[in-house]
Design a protein. Structure first.
Lengths: 112, 112
DNA sequence: GCATCATACCTAGACAGCATAGGTATCTAT
DNA sequence: ATAGATACCTATGCTGTCTAGGTATGATGC
């Protein structure tokens, strides 16, 4: 039961999708569950979030697709392109920078 | 020159405002700059973000205001209520949880 | 045989929240 | 006198998530 209507999630779907796909090609439905699994049910994005995101990333050239039928079911596998890898690197760097900054402010016993 | 149009900022204005106000009362214009300063210019929310947020937090009972005129200029100082303190604690906990989860996924060399 | 659930894809519309771009007024410095 | 910093404010746009649907196949249970 992942957090619903949570703040702090802006941009996170894209970051996680790119990160998971960097390890191996996956299809949409699989990604939805992989995010739940990898996050220990802390984060859970519905299909209505993931599918449009995948389409957008494909349109932008960050992902490419390959269709494959398994057990009579058609799957759409996504692979990260070099452009997608760049995007992931940029997003991850930004994430770390922001996290570091925010955690500092939260922790700070106020210097001055 | 803070990051512009950045992802990952959802909910962050509220978190930072509550955190800064916990240390001492501040007025809106001061908060805008305090966020820039405290973040070393990494994060910068315009007044159009902060003022409506302050009004909403006051409406929700998380903040209370006090008017004060300094050098002929009227300032509106904000203080955190106990309700606001609870809210800050909840947001901070959620932030840490999400950060921890996401950083794990980003770092993970993929277990299985 | 039939209903139900998991699989696998998709879209439309609502909603929230940050970004931009204004606007007013006072004080200070050039 | 003009410009810039101070100090407040609102309206509109935009992006992105959330909800809630919809289609279709395969497997499971009765």
């Amino acid at each position: 039961m992942a957090i619903a209507q949570s703040p702090f999630l802006n941009g996170v779907p894209e970051l996680l999708v790119l990160r998971l796909l960097r390890d191996r090609d996956m299809y949409g439905y699989e990604i939805v569950q992989a995010i739940r699994d990898a996050s220990g049910d802390v984060i859970g994005f519905a299909e209505g979030v993931i599918y449009p995101l995948l389409h957008g990333l494909e349109r932008d050239g960050a992902l490419i697709t390959r269709r494959q039928t398994v057990n009579g079911r058609s799957r759409v596998y996504y692979s990260v392109t070099s452009r997608g890898a760049d995007r992931l690197a940029a997003l991850a760097a930004q994430w770390h920078s922001l996290h570091h900054t925010i955690s500092d402010i939260l922790a700070e016993p106020r210097h001055a």
